[in-house]
Design a protein around this ligand. Structure first.
Ligand SMILES: [Zn+2]
Length: 454
């Protein structure tokens, strides 16, 4: 058989071996543990480099800052070796809390995206739950809700009674509900206390969101998941004690709860917050060095299912001295994979296979995405090639995102994404190829007939 393309290198499945992957019509058609035996229209020799299944980032914000949008976000993803993103629903000016807005966004994806995209839906603060089934049947990856209110319209705090209802509806529709879990009471009273006292240095961002502001919200949500027997996911868990709590509830009551941490919670700490101020401001906040060490050990011991970027790109005003006036969120898609590869693989902390599971396989499985997340015949030929020997310096010019402000700038990293393939097509090889071939990826609640309904 002549393939459309053949890629050779160190293939990462449940083992790592030198070989070739034959691709036809966007799918992986053959895998061999020898080189030189396959015949392809195009041949990519990546000797000595790792070929991973395309990385998946389930926590991205294209429109929190509308200056970023789908094009720039997905270019940053392709650049960073990420072939599928799931976009959060807290868009400006309108959050994706209605089937009509949801449908419009899927059309935007098919028009502008450079990588594949799944979409989260959300609900309005009042009487919003009726939209859940419709969005699930149209292919929403899941429903994202918050226990903390950033904005009453765009990012509301959902009352408990509606959270419970949302869990039940999502369960019946075959999808999960994900949560931003932070306690509104604790955080808002701490922020006003600090503001009144004029305590506005960067560290007060951490102090205004103590560990219990995360864990209290988490306990409530797991309790509601228990009583509704539903499936939930907790995003951006930042504290090792919260991880322990989730594990113990899961063990004691068999609750179907998963969680993620983000790359910044295992690589940065309050020391960076003090030093870099708003550039290191995210919610939940960076934790103390001891807490980071503890969370990192949980990653190494496979106690954390997967890691996301929570990419929320702001261009921050570096003259602003009051931390409470700066936007929250870090840039991430361009740099998450190389930074984590440098920190965890080069230092021998994680195995290549753990890395693959954490950034691809486990995410595809949890969200029910068929045909992605592993290198196997019949699966999408989404592939990311990393040269483990290449050392390079990260600086402000290394970004496709509008936000190139990062604590990591200036660092020398070992390990570089050299090629990204989406369904067999090369979309990045040192530069972004001009191919907007990203597609809308449907979640497990999708029903075919929804596409033809008016
Ligand atoms: Zn987020």
């Amino acid at each position: 058989m002549k393939f459309d393309s053949v890629i050779s290198g160190k293939i990462v499945t449940d083992k790592v071996f030198e070989g070739e992957i034959g691709v036809k019509n966007g799918k992986i058609m053959a895998i061999k543990d020898e080189s030189g035996s396959m015949n392809g229209e195009k041949y990519y020799d990546c000797e000595g480099q790792y070929i991973f299944p395309g990385f998946i980032d389930s926590h991205v914000h294209c429109f929190s800052n509308p200056d970023e949008g789908i094009e720039k976000t997905t270019k940053a993803a392709a650049h960073g070796g990420i072939t599928t993103i799931f976009d959060m629903p807290y868009d400006r000016p309108y959050p994706i809390n209605h089937i009509d807005l949801f449908k419009q966004k899927t059309e935007q994806v098919n028009k502008y995206a450079y990588v594949d995209m799944g979409l989260w839906g959300t609900i309005a603060k009042c009487k919003g739950t009726e939209q859940i089934t419709k969005m699930a049947e149209y292919g929403a990856i899941g429903i994202k809700l918050s226990t903390f209110e950033t904005d009453v319209e765009r990012f509301p705090r959902i009352p408990d009674i509606q959270i419970k209802q949302a869990m039940e509806l999502a369960k019946n529709a075959g999808i999960l509900v994900a949560f931003h879990a932070e306690s509104e009471e604790i955080i808002k009273s701490k922020i006003s206390e600090f503001k009144e006292k004029g305590l506005t240095k960067a560290i007060y961002h951490n102090l205004s969101r103590p560990p219990e502001s995360e864990s209290l919200a988490v306990i409530k949500l797991i309790e509601l998941a228990y009583w509704t027997n539903s499936k939930i996911h907790l995003v951006h868990i930042s504290h090792p004690h919260t991880v322990e709590l989730i594990e113990s509830f899961r063990k004691a009551y068999n609750v179907d709860v998963t969680f993620e941490t983000c790359y910044q919670y295992t690589t940065l700490s309050t020391e960076d917050l003090k030093k870099y101020g708003s550039i290191a401001k995210c919610n939940p906040p960076l934790r103390t060095p001891d807490e980071v060490k503890c969370l990192t050990n949980q990653v190494l011991n496979n106690r954390i299912e997967f890691i996301t970027s929570d990419h929320a790109p702001w261009v921050k005003d570096l003259n602003e001295t009051n931390i409470f006036n700066s936007p929250s969120g870090l840039t991430g898609l361009d740099i998450m994979i190389p930074v984590m590869f440098d920190r965890f693989i080069n230092k021998g902390l994680l195995s290549i296979i753990q890395f693959k599971n954490m950034f691809s396989t486990n995410i595809a499985r949890r969200f029910g995405i068929k045909n992605k997340g592993i290198i196997k015949e019949g699966y999408d030929a989404d592939l990311t090639v990393i040269d483990p020997k290449k050392t390079w310096q990260l600086d402000e010019t290394c970004y496709e995102s509008i936000s190139n402000q990062s604590v990591f700038n200036g660092e020398f990293l070992q390990g570089k994404v050299t090629k990204t393939f989406l369904r067999g097509t090369l979309i990045y090889d040192g530069e972004i190829k001009n191919k907007k071939m990203g597609q809308y990826i449907k979640g497990p609640g999708f029903k075919e007939e929804m596409l033809f309904e008016n």
